[in-house]
Each structure stands twice: as structure tokens, then as C-alpha cells.
Design a binder for this molecule. Structure first.
Ligand SMILES: [Zn+2]
Length: 460
């Protein structure tokens, strides 16, 4: 087994450290394209040793030799969640790689369906480098500054895979990372803010929802010693209002970091607030009805990962995010593609009567109003069920400890109702219901509307 201490691995890491992190700053667009071409060829060749891809490519008569670079990528068939499930476990890894060297991770169950795949130690390192690159861009030195990272350490997640099953057993938790505090986003916000307050970090990274909660606690006087230089939000689109709330309470800028379990890092916001694609790690396509979107349009994100010896991700169409590309240049000077807007997952959406899809970025906007308008943490959980195009049910769980503190439950309902009504139209009937508990494994947004009968006219 190749260990983190083996000279081969360490030299690979060191080489990667020197070149990977600054690659987007040092390559021209043309050099970057050549880099992508080379790595795509390599990945397709590697994928040909993986049964799933071998079968797919054989079936359509494609051979790795036919793929000279990105310009040929459309010749490759796309792969879906169904393919991964069908070939799991041994059919999604290369016959040339010892499975014991790989680490299994699963996608989160936000839609109730999780998917397993394999990553290797190099994936994990590149994943961290992607994060470090975004930190560098915002003036944070990961070796000197103190970082608090609030990750999802539920047993199956990519974070547990990377940190608990990947790095820590090999490195020990204190050797490389003594300036990093790892916190669990599944813990109560009160506990998380207390830990951060003791650590006094220069940087806080966490999930959008958790950052909103701790911002509100800080606003109420908790976490007096917390004053980070910068904050990174991940996991869900950050609404403008929530961004302002976090920036104001912590007196620090917030940037978004975008990635997925399947692909690793995808994009991050630079100092100008523009989303830069990690174009040396991933190649992105944006499709609408199978065709590339026109400028200004949003489409389904198709991801190709350009590194790794775990499960290859080539033209993967199951991230299910709706994203709009931006065909401009940013004057920060980084090479690679830009993203105009990340709308979020299209499999957790509602539909309007005129055929628009209401995506997570909209729900984020509505839910964050509870935080920044009502300034309350008492909304513990919520679920939206669309019974028909004209009937919606909102279920909420109220934190019993806070029931009689601050704004009433009725006020919360009213904000949620009004937010949804604005997005869906006044003809839609919205019911509100308080429930004791919402199953964590079940999706938070459920639409019973038959999607196959709808013609999608746009995204909201
Ligand atoms: Zn930029």
C-alpha cells in the first residue's frame, strides 16, 4: 500500500503543491486548454480500464484514441447515477488499481438517494489544494493562519472520507494540521460557535445554513472573540441578504466555494466576487435539452474530472445542479472559465404554473429571511411539499427551547408563506403545518407534480 510517507507519494504531493495551487494564475488560457486536452486523454485512457466506461464506450464504438482533447469530448457518452449504481462496487474502479488503496465516499442524501464511489489519497490532496487555492486568493496562508472548518462529519460523507479515513490515519491529526480546527456541522450551532470562540480563527469555512445560524448567535452576543479575516460558504447557494448578514456580524468578507463529492472542487469566488472554475481540475459543460446553452442561459451541469485514480468522472450528468456560465474575463488574471450563477439542484425544485423551476437558490433566499428579518434561530427544520401546481404545504419544526423567545411561530409562517407566494404567484394555495420531526434521510423539497408533463420555460 502506498503510504502518505512513501517517497513516491511525498514527491508527488510536493510537486503538486508547487504547481497545482498557482496553476490558474500562471497559465495562459491557451496553455490551460492544452493542459486540459492532455489530462482528458489520460483520463479517458484510464477510464477504459474501468468496466462501466469500457462497456459504455464499446457500445457506441468509441476508443480512447478517438479522443484527442476537449474538442472531442462530445463524442463520449454521458454517465448517470444509474450507471454508477449498476456497476458498483467493482465495476466503477480500474482493474489496474488495488481497491484497498481507495477510500469509499458517498454523496449526501439531501434527495434521499445517496451514491457511492471511490477516491484515492491524491484526490484528497488535490481536493485540499483546491480549497487552499481559494484561501490564497483571499489572503489566507493555510500554514500560518488559523482555520476553523465546519465540515459534515456524518460517517459516509466525503469530508469523513477525506479527513477521518484519509488524512488523519496517515498523518495524525496534529502533525500537518495543528492550525486547523475541524468542527462538525451536525453539532448544535451554540456548540460550534463556542468552539470557534476558543480557537479565534483567521478564517471560517462552513455550510451556508450553519454560517447563518452562527452569524445570528454572534449578533446576539455569542462568540465575542471571533473576528476572522475572511469566511467561505459552501453547500448551498448564498443569498445576497444572508451574505450581508454574515459579513456585517463578523465584519469580514464572505466568498463562496463550490464543489461536489463526485468531482472535488469545482469553482470559487475571487476577490472581485466572480466565480472561477477550477479549470485544471474539472471541465464543465452546461446543457439544455442536450445542447450547450446560449450565452446568458442556465443549463444542467455536466462534469468531467481531470485527475485521480479512483472512480473516473467523465461527462457525469448527475450532479443535478443548474448553473449559468459567464463568457467574460475577470481582471484578477486567473485563467479558466467563469460562472455567472449557481442556482442549485434541479432535483429539489418546485414548479410554477407558467413552467418555471424554483431552485434551491430561491429557497435559500426565502429561508434566510427568517434569519435576517426575524433574527431568530427557532426554525429548526423545514420541508416543502408541492401537492399540485396550485397547492403547497410547508412543514416546520420549531426549537422547543426557543418557542417562547422572539417572534411568534405565526410570524415565521407568514414570512415563509409570503416568500413562496411571491415566487409562485398569488393563485397558489399555501398551507403551513408544525410537525415534531422531519426525517433527516428524506428530501426537504418534494414535488408530486409530474415533471414529464411540464415544459420547463426557465429557472427562478
Ligand atoms: Zn477573478
Amino acid at each position: 500500500m502506498i503510504s502518505f510517507y512513501s517517497p513516491i507519494f511525498l514527491s508527488k504531493v510536493l510537486k503538486s503543491y508547487l504547481f497545482d495551487i498557482n496553476r490558474l494564475g500562471s497559465l495562459s488560457d491557451e496553455e490551460l486548454r492544452r493542459y486540459q486536452d492532455k489530462h482528458l486523454r489520460k483520463m479517458v485512457k484510464f477510464a477504459y480500464t474501468v468496466p462501466l466506461y469500457y462497456d459504455k464506450y464499446k457500445k457506441v464504438g468509441i476508443h480512447p484514441e478517438d479522443i484527442k482533447g476537449i474538442k472531442d469530448i462530445k463524442k463520449l457518452p454521458m454517465v448517470s447515477k444509474y450507471d454508477f449504481k449498476k456497476y458498483y462496487p467493482d465495476g466503477i474502479i480500474s482493474s489496474k488499481i488495488d481497491k484497498n488503496k481507495l477510500i469509499e465516499v458517498s454523496t449526501s442524501g439531501t434527495t434521499g438517494k445517496s451514491l457511492s464511489m471511490y477516491v484515492d489519497m491524491f484526490d484528497i490532496v488535490v481536493g485540499l489544494f483546491g480549497y487552499i487555492r481559494s484561501l490564497n486568493e483571499h489572503g489566507i496562508n493555510w500554514r500560518k493562519d488559523k482555520l476553523s472548518i465546519i465540515a459534515d462529519f456524518a460517517p459516509h460523507t466525503v469530508e469523513s472520507g477525506y479527513i477521518h479515513r484519509g488524512l488523519q490515519p496517515r498523518l495524525g491529526s496534529n502533525l500537518f494540521f495543528k492550525n486547523i480546527q475541524w468542527l462538525d456541522t451536525n453539532d448544535p450551532a451554540e456548540k460550534v460557535i463556542e468552539e470557534i470562540n476558543k480557537f479565534k480563527p483567521d478564517f471560517i469555512g462552513g455550510y451556508t445554513g450553519m454560517l447563518g445560524h452562527i452569524a445570528l448567535l454572534k449578533d446576539k452576543g455569542f462568540g465575542k472573540d471571533i473576528s476572522p479575516k475572511v469566511i467561505a460558504s459552501t453547500g448551498a447557494p448564498l443569498s445576497k441578504a444572508l451574505e450581508e448578514l454574515i459579513e456585517k456580524t463578523f465584519n469580514a468578507p464572505v466568498f463562496e466555494s463550490y464543489g461536489s463529492t463526485e468531482s472535488g472542487p469545482i469553482a470559487f469566488q475571487c476577490k472581485n466576487g466572480k466565480y472561477h472554475v477550477m479549470s485544471d481540475f474539472v471541465y464543465l459543460e452546461y446543457l439544455k435539452n442536450g445542447e450547450p446553452v446560449k450565452p446568458g442561459e442556465a443549463g444542467k451541469l455536466i462534469v468531467t474530472k481531470l485527475f485521480g485514480i479512483g472512480t473516473p468522472i467523465i461527462r457525469y450528468d448527475a450532479i443535478n445542479d443548474i448553473v449559468a456560465p459567464l463568457y467574460e474575463k475577470c481582471d484578477c488574471g486567473l485563467a479558466g472559465g467563469l460562472i455567472a450563477k449557481i442556482y442549485g439542484r434541479d432535483d429539489i425544485s418546485l414548479y410554477t404554473q407558467d413552467g418555471r423551476m424554483l431552485l434551491p437558490s430561491s429557497f435559500g433566499e426565502i429561508a434566510s429571511k427568517i434569519l435576517y428579518e426575524l433574527k431568530t434561530n427557532k426554525l429548526k427544520d423545514a420541508r416543502v411539499i408541492q401537492h399540485t401546481l396550485t397547492k403547497i404545504e410547508i412543514q416546520v419544526v420549531i426549537d422547543e427551547k426557543l418557542r417562547n423567545v422572539g417572534p411568534s411561530v405565526e410570524e415565521i409562517f407568514s414570512v415563509l408563506k409570503q416568500g413562496l407566494q411571491e415566487k409562485l404567484g398569488s393563485q397558489v394555495e399555501i398551507l403551513t403545518k408544525e410537525v415534531k420531526k422531519i426525517d433527516k434521510q428524506k428530501p426537504r423539497i418534494i414535488s408530486k407534480v409530474d415533471r414529464s408533463k411540464l415544459k420547463i420555460s426557465g429557472y427562478t
